[in-house]
Ligand binder design. Structure first.
Ligand SMILES: *[C@@H]1O[C@H](CO)[C@@H](O)[C@H](O)[C@H]1NC(C)=O
Ligand SMILES: *[C@@H]1O[C@H](CO)[C@@H](O)[C@H](O)[C@H]1NC(C)=O
Ligand SMILES: *[C@@H]1O[C@H](CO)[C@@H](O)[C@H](O)[C@H]1NC(C)=O
Ligand SMILES: *[C@@H]1O[C@H](CO)[C@@H](O)[C@H](O)[C@H]1NC(C)=O
Ligand SMILES: *[C@@H]1O[C@H](CO)[C@@H](O)[C@H](O)[C@H]1NC(C)=O
Ligand SMILES: *[C@@H]1O[C@H](CO)[C@@H](O)[C@H](O)[C@H]1NC(C)=O
Length: 469
């Protein structure tokens, strides 16, 4: 994330300008507060200039239409052009609905307990049908009835060696500040109770059996990497072999430079971060490819490498590298997000014959009502420093609202096979279970309020299990 920030800043404005850090910081604050003032008085912005989709898609539109769904490797399947739909979006407001605005936060909260989301059905075990494409998925975090419950595992001691990320229970091992064990226990003892249905306990052997001979392909940013680690830790008893590493150090192909086009910022390199793979006793294969932003060529290369088949599952997410209210950017990244996702959904995902699951955005808790990382403050020497994470009233709901718009609008028919893993609302509530709350970044005032401790990510994995098994 920071790396992208540095690139964007240097492309856009920092050449020679870093000298006046204080003035820059003031400008950032002013920009951010203008954005928040706007939202306070008008609700979330309702419409944006149309994405410059013609530009982004011009190379792809040359391809011929896709054949009927089949199980050929993706590499041999062309994407279909969708210029009419791309044109249409320029006349359509990008948002039909936002999850709440700042003034309506109280009513959003109240709705959680209203009959539409009550726990009446909660005795019913969750299954694939419990996760409707656009429905809210609500629930609450409660203390486990078992006082000793302290999470499902301890990363540094229980997980395979290649699946150990920052261990929130042992933050000192990751360079974090010491944390009160009582605080850790308070965070790790909580379990998520969904309102709509009862989440079945994770059963690694059952999951492995149900996914026998199939592949789960996880593509996204570092948040997907966390999810891969959680899955590997929870499935550790079933894993035959596995590994994970920095992309550049791996044996993987596709190490070359891929770029991605951001309208005003030109072409930026796609940062290829991590890769990981494991296989279980039943031949269930899991492959994770972590890249900050979307490049269609890279996406196709990765999928063809993995020989995607129709009974495989693709789990996918992006958002973290496309900050919206970043200082002085005029929402460049946010427009890029819309273009990239528009293309991804309409021209790629719509044509994939396999099961596709969009993982909702993982909320952040830096500051302010939306939790946004308010500007790229950490790139500016001079502060402000961040020593803790904060609750966010509404969260950065615009990422998933845009995806909902795609699913209900331009890609309504083509994308009906896409499911949504609804992690946004349940995760937003847990601002204290970020790595930063457990010390990562605190000593230098760079608390990491984006990445999550595994006690939260494990519930994404449990929800995924409830969808698939
Ligand atoms: C914001 O929320 C209030 C209260 O629910 C509602 O009356 C208003 O229409 C909302 N504004 C927008 C722009 O959605
Ligand atoms: C592509 O974008 C650039 C920069 O925004 C613009 O100058 C150019 O006219 C666009 N080309 C097309 C074909 O839309
Ligand atoms: C999309 O819009 C462009 C420019 O307005 C136009 O030339 C083109 O014919 C349109 N394509 C479709 C499929 O409507
Ligand atoms: C309570 O949690 C502890 C720690 O995870 C575990 O050892 C114990 O078996 C649990 N007790 C019950 C009754 O589940
Ligand atoms: C993991 O090991 C397998 C086989 O040894 C190899 O094909 C794969 O590329 C490795 N993955 C990574 C991430 O290095
Ligand atoms: C993806 O990366 C390749 C290689 O850098 C580049 O040629 C291509 O234009 C990129 N695609 C998009 C849509 O930006």
């Amino acid at each position: 994330m920071r790396w992208a920030a540095a690139v964007i800043c240097s492309v856009l404005l920092l050449q020679g300008a870093q000298a006046d850090v204080y003035r820059a910081f003031q400008a950032m604050q002013s920009y951010t507060s203008q954005a928040l003032d706007y939202m306070r008085s008008n609700g979330m912005p309702q419409a944006y200039a149309a994405p410059a989709a013609g530009n982004y898609s011009s190379t792809m539109a040359q391809r011929s239409p896709a054949p009927a769904p089949d199980s050929r490797p993706v590499s041999t399947r062309p994407a279909s052009p969708d210029t009419a739909a791309i044109n249409a979006t320029s006349q359509t407001p990008l948002f039909s609905r936002m999850p709440g605005n700042l003034s309506s936060f109280a009513s959003v909260q109240a709705q959680s307990g209203s009959p539409a989301y009550s726990s009446q059905g909660a005795q019913q075990p969750c299954n694939a049908d419990s996760f409707a494409q656009t429905q809210r998925f609500t629930g609450s975090w409660v203390d486990s009835t078992n006082d000793s419950f302290n999470g499902f595992y301890t990363m540094t001691t229980d997980c395979p060696a290649w699946a150990r990320d920052y261990d929130c229970k042992n933050p000192q091992l990751g360079g974090g500040s010491p944390v009160d064990p009582g605080f850790i226990h308070q965070e790790f003892r909580q379990v998520f109770q969904a309102d709509q249905c009862r989440l079945r306990d994770f059963d690694a052997a059952d999951f492995s059996a149900k996914m026998r001979g199939r592949k789960l392909i996880m593509i996204g940013d570092s948040i997907m990497r966390l999810h891969f680690y959680s899955l590997a830790c929870l499935m550790r008893g079933q894993i035959v072999s596995g590994n994970a590493s920095d992309w550049q150090k791996s044996s993987l192909k596709w190490k070359g430079v891929y770029t991605t086009q951001w309208a005003e910022a030109g072409m930026l390199p796609v940062v290829k971060q991590y890769v990981g793979d494991f296989v279980t006793t039943t031949g269930f294969e899991v492959h994770m490819r972590d890249m900050g932003t979307y490049n269609d060529t890279l996406f196709g290369d990765v999928l063809s490498d993995l020989n995607l088949q129709s009974n495989d599952v693709l789990l996918i997410n992006w958002g973290a590298w496309y900050p919206r209210f970043a200082w002085n950017q005029n929402e460049v990244a946010w427009r890029a997000y819309q273009q990239h996702m528009y293309f991804l959904f309409n021209s790629r995902l719509a044509n994939l014959p396999c099961q596709v699951i969009w993982k909702q955005y993982a909320p952040v808790h830096f500051e302010g009502p939306t939790g946004s990382e308010v500007g790229f403050e950490h790139e500016l020497s001079g502060g402000p420093w961040q020593y803790q994470c904060y609750p966010a009233l509404v969260g950065e709901g615009w990422y998933d609202d845009y995806v909902r718009y795609l699913l209900q609008g331009p890609c309504k028919d083509g994308c009906s096979h896409i499911k949504v893993l609804p992690i946004f609302e349940m995760t937003r509530q847990r601002y204290n279970s970020h790595h930063g709350s457990m010390g990562r970044g605190q000593p230098t005032g760079n608390a990491d309020c984006r990445h999550w401790c595994n006690n939260i990510v494990d519930w994404w994995t449990i929800m995924l299990y409830n969808m698939l098994a």
